[in-house]
Design a protein around this ligand. Structure first.
Ligand SMILES: Cc1ncc(COP(=O)(O)O)c(C=O)c1O
Length: 447
């Protein structure tokens, strides 16, 4: 038995898979909040390049990956798929646990899979500067890396709590040549307004998105890049599952359970999408999307049209949401602190194809520690959520020899301060009170 299954460079997929045309009952279009009518590419082209907008609205199943993007992907792709034999042994389970290791990218997560094509299509259309938000810092580092490859300037609005928790993410972005500011910041109208009302706010992805969008909308030389949620981002991530499918074939296995953690939905969509057509043809697969109990958009949110940001600058997206002004607590999985969920993943949950699961912070850190001791790799706190769910699935019945595949979305080498707090007993579980969720859901836009 091979511990890890690796593909050669020339076996890397040359096309992304777009799940949009295969989602039963389809996706609802984004709406213009001024008219409540579907929003076409013209208005969005103020902040996104046409190359990406075409992908966002595409009904094609397969889209070619440009050669220049493939060349950069080859720095770390195809990524290995590994059998977690030591973890299986520690759990005493007959289940086979495989993980797809996206932590091998230059910045340590799946995020460059979309950052590289996003920088590429912007470069193609002559864009000189990109603005973005980052939660955990993984997306910001990924875009900083990708823009450095194409000679584009990069400005990152980093959620305050992560800015304070993860100083080395800032160093990394700086090393790739990006400039970084804590969000909310004094640099935008949105940031100044929020700081005036809540000077001690931990920030949120919803606020940072508003700031980055305002930056792009008020400068001619700048467009905006989003690290998750949107259809084109999920599609770029489909390379994860396309590779994993080939690797499963080589291993002579097929997954009964597919697991990913869910922030905005991109790494989950990435590992899951390629397997959904098989499911629709009758194959039995249990897709499990894992989210934190402190930010439970899939398990406790509402499927509705909502803004993607706090300042209501985005189009209305049809998604599971906790309300655009929901500020999650400062948990240590910054990449999972988002009020909404990608419309693609939301539609898969609506169709009962994907089953959401919520887990608490402490059980996730415990799962991460066990993974480090057994498989040797220190996971990002976000990834610990997927590991926790894999452990739950593998131990439901220790004699069930099912095959589990989870996405190892990133390593945690720059998250050690969070692990220190965990070992010092300073981390706590947090269930967001239902009445507070009801309050922010009451502010959903009327459509
Ligand atoms: C390591 C890691 N995993 C998962 C996520 C969640 O994002 P998404 O749901 O878009 O994959 C993030 C986001 O920052 C991340 O950094």
């Amino acid at each position: 038995m091979n511990k890890k299954i690796v593909l050669r460079d020339d076996e890397m997929p040359r096309q992304w898979y777009n799940i949009a045309p295969d989602i039963p009952n389809g996706l609802k279009p984004p709406l213009d909040p001024e008219t409540n009518e579907p929003m076409g590419p013209e208005k969005l082209s103020a902040v996104f390049p046409m190359g990406l907008l075409e992908q966002e609205m595409s009904g094609e199943r397969f889209i070619d990956i440009p050669e220049e993007v493939q060349e950069i992907y080859k720095i770390w792709r195809p990524s290995p798929m590994v059998r977690a034999t030591a973890l299986e042994k520690a759990l005493g389970t007959k289940a086979k646990i495989f993980f797809k290791n996206e932590g091998v990218s230059p910045v340590g997560s799946h995020k460059p899979n979309s950052a590289v094509p996003q920088a590429y299509y912007n470069m193609k259309e002559g864009v000189k500067r990109l603005s973005t938000e980052t939660g955990a810092g993984q997306w910001g580092s990924a875009l900083a890396f990708a823009t450095s490859k194409f000679g584009i300037e990069c400005k990152v609005y980093m959620v305050r709590v992560s800015f304070d928790q993860k100083p080395y993410r800032k160093s990394m972005m700086q090393m790739y040549g990006a400039s970084i500011v804590a969000s909310p910041s004094e640099e935008t109208n949105t940031g100044r307004k929020i700081l005036a009302e809540h000077p001690d706010t931990p920030g949120s992805l919803g606020i940072a998105i508003s700031e980055a969008l305002e930056d792009a909308a008020t400068r001619d030389d700048t467009k905006y890049a989003l690290g998750s949620v949107l259809n084109h981002v999920c599609m770029h991530q489909s390379i994860i599952g396309l590779e994993a499918k080939k690797q499963m074939e080589i291993a002579g296995e097929y997954p009964d359970v597919i697991i990913g953690c869910c922030g905005g939905g991109s790494n989950f969509a990435g590992i899951a999408a390629a397997f959904v057509p098989d499911y629709l043809e009758g194959k039995k697969i249990n897709f499990v999307g894992v989210e934190p109990a402190s930010c439970p958009s899939l398990t406790m949110g509402k499927l509705a049209y909502d803004f993607g940001d706090v300042a209501q600058m985005t189009p209305l997206l049809y998604m599971y949401t906790l309300g655009h002004d929901f500020i999650p607590p400062g948990i240590h999985a910054g990449g999972l602190r988002y009020h909404g969920m990608s419309p693609m993943l939301s539609a898969l949950v609506r169709e009962n194809i994907v089953h959401p699961m919520k887990v608490h912070q402490l059980e996730c850190f415990e799962a991460g520690a066990l993974f480090a001791k057994t498989e040797g790799i220190i996971p990002a706190p976000e990834t610990c959520h997927a590991i926790r769910a894999a452990i739950i699935e593998a131990t439901r019945d220790l004699n069930d020899p099912k095959t589990i595949l989870f996405n190892f979305s990133g390593h945690g080498l720059i998250d050690m301060a969070s692990y220190d707090k965990f070992y010092a007993g300073e981390l706590h579980d947090y269930d967001y009170p239902e009445e507070d969720i009801a309050k922010s859901i009451a502010n959903l836009p009327k459509v």
